[in-house]
Design a protein around this ligand. Structure first.
Ligand code: FRU
Length: 468
């Protein structure tokens, strides 16, 4: 178990050791949240895929459980195949059983990827189904890239969408079943309009309010791009999802392969991999890589999917600080706010602000040579997160649309030792990035360019650790 790495996070989910990527099987069983994940326990790099497993009563404190799935069978192992194993998938509760539905990566030739199930009666030990794979080949609408099954129940039937590609388009294909074992192909539920990627990974399709939402992690060639969501209508008889507008789910670099569950309180909650493929991962030098974002409740308002950090995270708050309305005309350090692991809510008063560009420097060193800059640009209507000077991690600039409605802009910022998640205006836009600054870079500055910035209020908390 890795304890000594300065990059370990305090309240984000991490594996005990090794490599993790996608969240898998995000579900609730006997009242406890279950989080599985793509796991290679033996190295800080991706390798033959296992499913790590942990559970939680509150989505905040997690208990690690034994590895749920390891490559072991002809349909989820591959001799001489560079990457193989138990690829991403989902979990559902069927009567007394917790059922995992995953992709077996077999081969580099066809069929290459097949869909399999494993069941458990105690939520800890899983048995692979003797007649796996349950979907042994890809449909003619797809190709050998055929993975990441997401299963849900609608009325009295199970539905499963699987990501695939054909003719240069990413696709989500649909299956239906009565018993999770015998699956009938329905057709293409949704596909790229030509601009949404040529391979769809980790599709998730779920009801929300009176409509449905599709989430996709798209690939363009070998490049993984920002997951997006589409609000539309699902016709279960035809097996077709009518697509509305497509919006980026998170404008940061470190957000991929999100998955959702619906819990016993009726909340639709999403968690994502807080890293991405082909990025610099400084923690690999410390023997591990990968973490999950904080869990976020999804709220649909008309066609906008808002992300709200789950309320349970408030349990971590200590050391409350509140700053009342103030103005600054030049760069100012807010000495009250020097907690590295923190939650901060800032409300800017836009009608009183005369600057068109202003913002924050997070995790700044005394001399300013290290900092993560959050710029609110009223002229270009965008919010920018610049991590060019954020320490030893990957660099890059993230941009999200800044929509000013009324007279204020609100930012809710979750910082952990090596991450920043910003929820803009109640989570209408979100930006998630990993940063790797020096532990001593702690200043929280507010700056403005050519005018004054007016702040209505700032509230801030130190957040506790869930890993001690
Ligand atoms: C997405 C992904 C999935 C696949 C898994 C392999 O990040 O590429 O499509 O199942 O990771 O670990």
């Amino acid at each position: 178990v890795i304890k000594e790495s300065a990059y370990r996070l305090n309240y984000h989910f991490m594996a005990p050791t090794g490599w993790i990527n996608d969240p898998n099987g995000f579900s609730q069983y006997n009242g406890e949240y279950q989080l599985f994940y793509q796991y290679y326990p033996y190295d800080s790099k991706w390798g033959p895929m296992h499913w790590g497993h942990s559970k939680s009563k509150d989505l905040v404190y997690w208990e690690h459980l034994p590895v749920a799935l390891a490559p072991s069978e002809s349909y989820d192992s591959g001799e001489g195949v560079p990457g193989y194993g138990c690829f991403s998938g989902s979990a559902v509760v069927d009567g007394e059983e917790l059922v995992l539905i995953y992709t077996g990566h077999v081969d580099s030739n066809e069929p290459m990827q097949v869909q399999c199930i494993a069941t458990s009666k105690d939520g800890v030990a899983f048995e692979k189904y003797t007649q796996n794979p349950v979907v042994a080949n890809f449909p003619e609408d797809g190709s050998k890239d055929f993975r990441d099954p997401k299963v849900w129940k609608h009325e009295d039937k199970w539905y499963m969408i699987v990501g695939t590609k054909k003719d240069g388009k990413g696709k989500a294909v649909l299956y239906v079943s009565d018993d999770l074992r015998l699956w009938k192909y329905k057709g293409v539920a949704a596909e790229s309009d030509g601009t949404q990627g040529d391979m769809w990974e980790c599709p998730d399709l779920f009801p929300l309010n009176d409509t449905h939402v599709l989430i996709v992690s798209p690939m363009y060639g070998t490049q993984n791009e920002k997951p997006f969501y589409v609000v539309g209508d699902m016709d279960y008889d035809k097996g077709v999802f009518t697509q509305g507008t497509c919006t980026t789910l998170d404008y940061g670099f470190d957000f991929y392969a999100p998955q959702t569950l619906v819990d016993d309180k009726g909340r639709r909650i999403m968690i994502g991999w807080m890293e991405k493929w082909l990025t610099k991962m400084p923690s690999q030098e410390h023997g591990w890589a990968g973490a999950m974002t904080i869990p976020r409740e999804l709220i649909l308002e008309v066609d906008t999917l808002k992300q709200k950090p789950v309320v349970e995270l408030a349990d971590l708050r200590t050391d409350y600080k509140k700053l009342d309305a103030f103005e600054v005309a030049e760069k100012t350090t807010l000495n009250e706010l020097q907690e590295v692991v923190s939650e901060t809510i800032i409300d800017f008063n836009i009608s009183e602000t005369t600057a068109t560009q202003f913002g924050l420097e997070l995790r700044s060193s005394e001399d300013g040579s290290e900092k993560t800059v959050i710029l609110l640009d009223l002229k270009n209507k965008e919010i920018v997160m610049d991590r060019l000077l954020s320490g030893c991690g990957e660099k890059g600039i993230s941009k999200a649309p800044l929509v000013v409605k009324g007279i204020s802009v609100n930012l809710r910022i979750f910082m952990d030792t090596t991450s920043v998640e910003i929820f803009v205006n109640d989570g209408e836009q979100v930006i998630t990035n990993r940063i790797f600054p020096d532990a001593n870079s702690k200043l929280f500055n507010i700056f403005t360019q050519g005018g004054k910035v007016s702040v209505n209020s700032i509230e801030s908390w130190k957040l506790g650790s869930v890993w001690n």
